[in-house]
Design a protein around this ligand. Structure first.
Ligand SMILES: O=C(NC1CCCCC1)[C@H](C1CCCCC1)n1c(-c2ccc(CO)cc2)nc2ccccc21
Length: 233
Protein backbone atom coordinates (compact mmCIF):
# COMPACT_ATOMS: atom_id res chain seq x y z
CA UNK A 1 0.00 0.00 0.00
CA UNK A 2 1.61 3.26 -1.14
CA UNK A 3 2.16 5.72 1.77
CA UNK A 4 1.06 8.98 0.16
CA UNK A 5 2.19 12.21 1.77
CA UNK A 6 1.97 15.77 0.44
CA UNK A 7 5.30 17.52 1.03
CA UNK A 8 5.61 21.01 2.51
CA UNK A 9 6.52 22.40 -0.92
CA UNK A 10 3.46 20.75 -2.49
CA UNK A 11 1.21 22.11 0.27
CA UNK A 12 2.64 25.59 -0.38
CA UNK A 13 2.00 25.25 -4.13
CA UNK A 14 -1.59 24.10 -3.46
CA UNK A 15 -2.15 27.07 -1.10
CA UNK A 16 -0.97 29.54 -3.75
CA UNK A 17 -3.32 28.03 -6.34
CA UNK A 18 -6.35 27.79 -4.02
CA UNK A 19 -5.87 31.34 -2.67
CA UNK A 20 -5.61 32.67 -6.24
CA UNK A 21 -8.66 30.63 -7.25
CA UNK A 22 -10.74 31.94 -4.34
CA UNK A 23 -9.57 35.54 -4.91
CA UNK A 24 -10.55 35.29 -8.55
CA UNK A 25 -13.75 33.26 -8.34
CA UNK A 26 -16.41 34.76 -10.58
CA UNK A 27 -19.52 35.84 -8.61
CA UNK A 28 -22.09 33.03 -8.39
CA UNK A 29 -24.83 35.52 -9.21
CA UNK A 30 -25.54 34.11 -12.67
CA UNK A 31 -27.36 31.16 -11.07
CA UNK A 32 -29.30 33.51 -8.77
CA UNK A 33 -30.27 35.72 -11.73
CA UNK A 34 -31.42 32.76 -13.77
CA UNK A 35 -33.46 31.41 -10.86
CA UNK A 36 -35.11 34.81 -10.33
CA UNK A 37 -36.53 35.38 -13.79
CA UNK A 38 -37.19 33.83 -17.19
CA UNK A 39 -35.27 35.97 -19.73
CA UNK A 40 -35.61 36.28 -23.50
CA UNK A 41 -32.99 34.67 -25.76
CA UNK A 42 -31.53 38.15 -26.33
CA UNK A 43 -31.28 38.90 -22.60
CA UNK A 44 -29.76 35.46 -21.94
CA UNK A 45 -27.16 35.97 -24.67
CA UNK A 46 -26.26 39.35 -23.19
CA UNK A 47 -26.02 37.74 -19.72
CA UNK A 48 -23.70 35.06 -21.12
CA UNK A 49 -21.41 37.59 -22.84
CA UNK A 50 -21.26 39.72 -19.68
CA UNK A 51 -20.54 36.72 -17.43
CA UNK A 52 -18.02 35.24 -19.87
CA UNK A 53 -16.23 38.58 -20.30
CA UNK A 54 -15.74 39.01 -16.58
CA UNK A 55 -14.75 35.35 -16.27
CA UNK A 56 -11.97 35.83 -18.84
CA UNK A 57 -10.68 38.81 -16.86
CA UNK A 58 -10.80 36.72 -13.67
CA UNK A 59 -9.07 33.82 -15.47
CA UNK A 60 -6.17 36.09 -16.53
CA UNK A 61 -5.66 37.25 -12.93
CA UNK A 62 -5.81 33.64 -11.66
CA UNK A 63 -3.32 32.51 -14.33
CA UNK A 64 -0.84 35.25 -13.40
CA UNK A 65 -0.69 33.69 -9.91
CA UNK A 66 0.31 30.26 -11.20
CA UNK A 67 3.97 29.91 -10.13
CA UNK A 68 6.23 30.17 -13.18
CA UNK A 69 3.50 31.23 -15.63
CA UNK A 70 4.82 34.78 -16.01
CA UNK A 71 8.32 33.39 -16.74
CA UNK A 72 6.99 31.58 -19.83
CA UNK A 73 7.56 33.04 -23.30
CA UNK A 74 4.97 35.86 -23.69
CA UNK A 75 3.43 34.50 -26.90
CA UNK A 76 3.07 31.14 -25.15
CA UNK A 77 1.28 32.81 -22.23
CA UNK A 78 -1.30 34.20 -24.69
CA UNK A 79 -1.57 30.86 -26.52
CA UNK A 80 -2.29 29.06 -23.23
CA UNK A 81 -4.96 31.58 -22.19
CA UNK A 82 -6.59 31.57 -25.61
CA UNK A 83 -6.46 27.78 -25.78
CA UNK A 84 -8.05 27.23 -22.36
CA UNK A 85 -10.55 30.09 -22.01
CA UNK A 86 -13.59 28.18 -23.33
CA UNK A 87 -12.73 25.07 -21.30
CA UNK A 88 -12.25 27.18 -18.16
CA UNK A 89 -15.64 28.78 -18.80
CA UNK A 90 -17.39 25.40 -19.12
CA UNK A 91 -15.53 24.07 -16.08
CA UNK A 92 -16.69 27.10 -14.09
CA UNK A 93 -20.22 26.75 -15.47
CA UNK A 94 -20.22 23.08 -14.40
CA UNK A 95 -19.11 24.08 -10.90
CA UNK A 96 -21.86 26.71 -10.74
CA UNK A 97 -24.39 24.15 -11.97
CA UNK A 98 -23.25 21.51 -9.45
CA UNK A 99 -23.06 23.81 -6.42
CA UNK A 100 -25.37 22.95 -3.51
CA UNK A 101 -28.76 24.64 -4.01
CA UNK A 102 -32.09 24.42 -2.15
CA UNK A 103 -34.32 21.54 -3.26
CA UNK A 104 -35.64 21.86 -6.79
CA UNK A 105 -33.46 24.86 -7.68
CA UNK A 106 -31.05 22.84 -9.81
CA UNK A 107 -34.03 21.56 -11.84
CA UNK A 108 -35.28 25.13 -12.36
CA UNK A 109 -31.76 26.24 -13.34
CA UNK A 110 -31.50 23.37 -15.83
CA UNK A 111 -34.90 24.30 -17.29
CA UNK A 112 -33.88 27.98 -17.65
CA UNK A 113 -30.65 26.95 -19.42
CA UNK A 114 -32.58 24.58 -21.70
CA UNK A 115 -34.88 27.45 -22.69
CA UNK A 116 -32.15 30.13 -22.78
CA UNK A 117 -31.70 30.19 -26.56
CA UNK A 118 -29.06 27.51 -27.00
CA UNK A 119 -30.11 25.08 -29.71
CA UNK A 120 -31.34 21.65 -28.61
CA UNK A 121 -28.51 19.57 -30.11
CA UNK A 122 -25.96 20.92 -27.59
CA UNK A 123 -28.00 20.23 -24.47
CA UNK A 124 -27.05 16.56 -24.04
CA UNK A 125 -23.24 16.92 -24.26
CA UNK A 126 -23.33 20.05 -22.09
CA UNK A 127 -25.51 18.63 -19.31
CA UNK A 128 -23.72 15.26 -19.45
CA UNK A 129 -20.54 17.14 -18.67
CA UNK A 130 -22.14 19.24 -15.92
CA UNK A 131 -23.59 16.13 -14.27
CA UNK A 132 -20.34 14.18 -14.54
CA UNK A 133 -18.53 17.08 -12.83
CA UNK A 134 -21.25 17.21 -10.16
CA UNK A 135 -20.91 13.47 -9.41
CA UNK A 136 -17.24 14.00 -8.49
CA UNK A 137 -18.15 16.28 -5.55
CA UNK A 138 -14.81 18.06 -5.94
CA UNK A 139 -13.37 20.01 -3.02
CA UNK A 140 -12.15 23.51 -3.87
CA UNK A 141 -8.48 22.40 -3.90
CA UNK A 142 -9.35 19.89 -6.64
CA UNK A 143 -11.37 22.53 -8.56
CA UNK A 144 -8.54 25.06 -8.36
CA UNK A 145 -5.84 22.55 -9.37
CA UNK A 146 -7.98 21.20 -12.21
CA UNK A 147 -8.44 24.75 -13.56
CA UNK A 148 -4.66 25.40 -13.35
CA UNK A 149 -3.94 22.04 -15.04
CA UNK A 150 -6.40 22.92 -17.83
CA UNK A 151 -4.65 26.25 -18.45
CA UNK A 152 -1.22 24.58 -18.43
CA UNK A 153 -2.04 22.16 -21.24
CA UNK A 154 1.20 21.94 -23.27
CA UNK A 155 -0.32 20.93 -26.62
CA UNK A 156 -2.49 24.01 -27.20
CA UNK A 157 -2.27 25.49 -30.72
CA UNK A 158 0.75 27.79 -31.33
CA UNK A 159 2.57 26.94 -28.05
CA UNK A 160 6.28 27.00 -28.97
CA UNK A 161 8.02 25.77 -25.79
CA UNK A 162 5.77 22.85 -24.77
CA UNK A 163 8.42 21.42 -22.43
CA UNK A 164 8.39 24.64 -20.36
CA UNK A 165 4.60 24.26 -19.95
CA UNK A 166 4.94 20.56 -19.07
CA UNK A 167 7.45 21.50 -16.35
CA UNK A 168 4.73 23.71 -14.77
CA UNK A 169 1.85 21.29 -15.30
CA UNK A 170 3.55 18.16 -13.96
CA UNK A 171 3.92 19.34 -10.31
CA UNK A 172 0.21 20.35 -10.35
CA UNK A 173 -0.76 16.90 -11.64
CA UNK A 174 1.37 15.25 -8.93
CA UNK A 175 -0.19 17.31 -6.12
CA UNK A 176 -3.68 16.59 -7.51
CA UNK A 177 -2.89 12.87 -7.74
CA UNK A 178 -1.81 12.76 -4.07
CA UNK A 179 -4.80 14.87 -3.01
CA UNK A 180 -7.17 12.45 -4.76
CA UNK A 181 -5.59 9.44 -3.03
CA UNK A 182 -5.88 11.19 0.37
CA UNK A 183 -9.39 12.57 -0.23
CA UNK A 184 -10.89 9.45 -1.83
CA UNK A 185 -8.95 6.49 -0.34
CA UNK A 186 -11.80 4.12 -1.24
CA UNK A 187 -11.71 5.21 -4.89
CA UNK A 188 -8.22 4.50 -6.34
CA UNK A 189 -9.44 5.46 -9.86
CA UNK A 190 -10.77 8.87 -8.76
CA UNK A 191 -7.73 10.80 -10.13
CA UNK A 192 -8.13 9.07 -13.50
CA UNK A 193 -11.85 10.01 -13.51
CA UNK A 194 -10.93 13.62 -12.82
CA UNK A 195 -8.51 13.72 -15.77
CA UNK A 196 -11.15 12.02 -17.92
CA UNK A 197 -13.34 15.09 -17.37
CA UNK A 198 -10.63 17.21 -19.05
CA UNK A 199 -10.94 15.04 -22.16
CA UNK A 200 -14.73 15.53 -22.10
CA UNK A 201 -14.14 19.28 -21.63
CA UNK A 202 -12.11 19.44 -24.84
CA UNK A 203 -15.06 18.07 -26.83
CA UNK A 204 -17.21 21.00 -25.61
CA UNK A 205 -14.60 23.29 -27.20
CA UNK A 206 -15.70 22.08 -30.61
CA UNK A 207 -19.38 22.84 -29.92
CA UNK A 208 -18.83 26.28 -28.43
CA UNK A 209 -18.64 28.55 -31.50
CA UNK A 210 -21.71 26.85 -33.00
CA UNK A 211 -23.60 27.14 -29.70
CA UNK A 212 -23.13 30.89 -29.94
CA UNK A 213 -23.91 31.40 -33.63
CA UNK A 214 -27.00 29.16 -33.37
CA UNK A 215 -28.37 31.04 -30.35
CA UNK A 216 -32.04 31.65 -31.19
CA UNK A 217 -31.75 35.35 -32.10
CA UNK A 218 -30.35 37.64 -34.80
CA UNK A 219 -27.24 39.80 -34.67
CA UNK A 220 -25.11 38.15 -31.97
CA UNK A 221 -23.02 40.93 -30.38
CA UNK A 222 -19.78 40.13 -28.52
CA UNK A 223 -17.46 42.27 -26.40
CA UNK A 224 -13.99 43.03 -27.92
CA UNK A 225 -12.39 40.71 -25.35
CA UNK A 226 -14.64 37.80 -26.34
CA UNK A 227 -13.95 38.44 -30.05
CA UNK A 228 -10.26 38.05 -29.22
CA UNK A 229 -10.51 34.99 -27.05
CA UNK A 230 -13.49 33.17 -28.61
CA UNK A 231 -12.57 33.58 -32.31
CA UNK A 232 -16.02 34.93 -33.10
CA UNK A 233 -17.36 37.89 -35.21
O1 LIG B 1 -23.62 32.54 -17.77
C1 LIG B 1 -23.35 31.39 -18.04
N1 LIG B 1 -22.20 30.81 -17.61
C2 LIG B 1 -21.19 31.55 -16.87
C3 LIG B 1 -19.95 31.70 -17.75
C4 LIG B 1 -18.80 32.30 -16.94
C5 LIG B 1 -18.53 31.53 -15.66
C6 LIG B 1 -19.77 31.42 -14.79
C7 LIG B 1 -20.94 30.81 -15.56
C8 LIG B 1 -24.29 30.51 -18.85
C9 LIG B 1 -25.75 30.99 -18.86
C10 LIG B 1 -25.90 32.34 -19.57
C11 LIG B 1 -27.36 32.77 -19.66
C12 LIG B 1 -28.22 31.72 -20.32
C13 LIG B 1 -28.08 30.38 -19.62
C14 LIG B 1 -26.62 29.93 -19.51
N2 LIG B 1 -24.18 29.12 -18.35
C15 LIG B 1 -23.79 28.09 -19.13
C16 LIG B 1 -23.40 28.18 -20.54
C17 LIG B 1 -22.20 28.81 -20.91
C18 LIG B 1 -21.84 28.89 -22.27
C19 LIG B 1 -22.70 28.40 -23.25
C20 LIG B 1 -22.40 28.53 -24.71
O2 LIG B 1 -21.07 28.54 -24.97
C21 LIG B 1 -23.88 27.78 -22.88
C22 LIG B 1 -24.24 27.68 -21.54
N3 LIG B 1 -23.82 26.95 -18.44
C23 LIG B 1 -24.21 27.26 -17.16
C24 LIG B 1 -24.39 26.46 -16.04
C25 LIG B 1 -24.81 27.04 -14.84
C26 LIG B 1 -25.05 28.44 -14.78
C27 LIG B 1 -24.88 29.25 -15.92
C28 LIG B 1 -24.45 28.65 -17.09
Amino acid sequence: KEKVEITKAQRALMKVIVDAYNRHKIPQDVAKKLLQDQYSAEENFLLLTEMATSQVQVLVEFTKNIPGFLSLNHEDQIALLKGSAVEAMFLRSAQVFSQKMPNGHTEVLEERIRKSGISEEFMTPMFNFYKSIGELHMIEEEQALLTAITILTPDRPFVKDQQAVERLQEPMLEVLRKLCVLQHPQEPQYFARLLGRLTELRTLNHYHAEMLTSWRMNDHKFTPLLCEIWDVQ
